[in-house]
Design a protein around this ligand. Sequence first.
Ligand code: GTP
Ligand code: MG
Length: 354
Amino acid sequence: AAVLVKKLFLQGTMVTVNQDITYETAEEIALEFNFIVEPEVKIDVIEELLKEEEEDESKMVSRPPVICVMGHVDHGKTSLLDAIRKTHVTDKEAGGITQHIGAYVVSRGGQKITFLDTPGHEAFTSMRMRGANSTDIAILVVAADDGVMPQTVEAINHAKAAGIEIIVAVNKIDKPSANIERVKQELTEYELIAEDWGGSTIFVPVSAHTGEGIEQLLEMILLTAEMCELKANPKRTARGLVIEAELDKGKGPVATILVQKGTLRVGDPIAVGPCHGKVRAMVDDKGRRIKEAGPSTPVEILGLNDVPNAGEIFVVTENDKEARNFAETFISEGREKLLDDTKAKLSLDGLFSQ
Ligand code: GTP
Ligand code: MG
């Protein structure tokens, strides 16, 4: 760490040990130490490998909306989800800071809604990079006592870049220092104009603590989702996204994935970037073992040979051999692309040093 901090300092970037740096900076620094940063390159390759195929309109049925909860640190994203689920996830988090994405399905009046909690902003960045299709609606959480903060703006930019609807949840309205009008005023600068201010953005004042406004927020989500007419074909082979993955000492690689199309079943051969395997077991967001998962369902799967990256696309293949082939092609194409990129970088560097 000290070496990296020094290197960055010498290049004119002042950072401390636990500070985030941009992907580009990381890539540049890594190259100077002869390391190649891989994920970004892999995205191009996987997108090449996974060209969107036409969907048969007649087989499309409506699916639950996938909602991404975003906003500045400590503005109450996880608390809001807790209030929605009436559980207590924040109690179990180390220091109350979200370190991974939680994925939850909530049922309201027979309609399902899938929520993705995001830590700060990082995870959503990689999800956004893998295509705007990952989520349908963003809930922008802004604390009424704090107002618009840097990561609020970043979240807005991500949602806009992904082209998804934004619903603003003005949280912590139970606090004496809460100022809902100020939040509305501040957000006008980012083209999020409340209906009572003459705009068309839905603002819902809420309190994760008292539960005020929660029902209304859910109503607005379902209303917005209805207008989006979200559909998927549950009968095709499954594909979707890795939300998070880790190596469990007992279980091996464990990946939380979001099924976006088709239905994923236990026993399906699966390829995820450089990893492949067979779905050995599936567990839903409530910890129950399940045999199949349809569109918009987040599930934890076991059976991969390695830990995939968050944001990676998964596909179900004909058979095990195809899954292995897919992973191998991914690895070899990824390598070639890496080499090309490095060459381009090196020649550019050469240019500047002359
Ligand atoms: P990160 O995941 O770290 O980005 O934070 P977060 O946005 O998920 O915030 P979190 O839900 O962990 O809440 C942060 C703090 O705000 C906690 O101490 C909560 O108890 C408090 N908080 C959240 N919602 C409310 C609310 O509606 N009212 C009040 N008074 N406090 C709240
Ligand atoms: Mg959180």
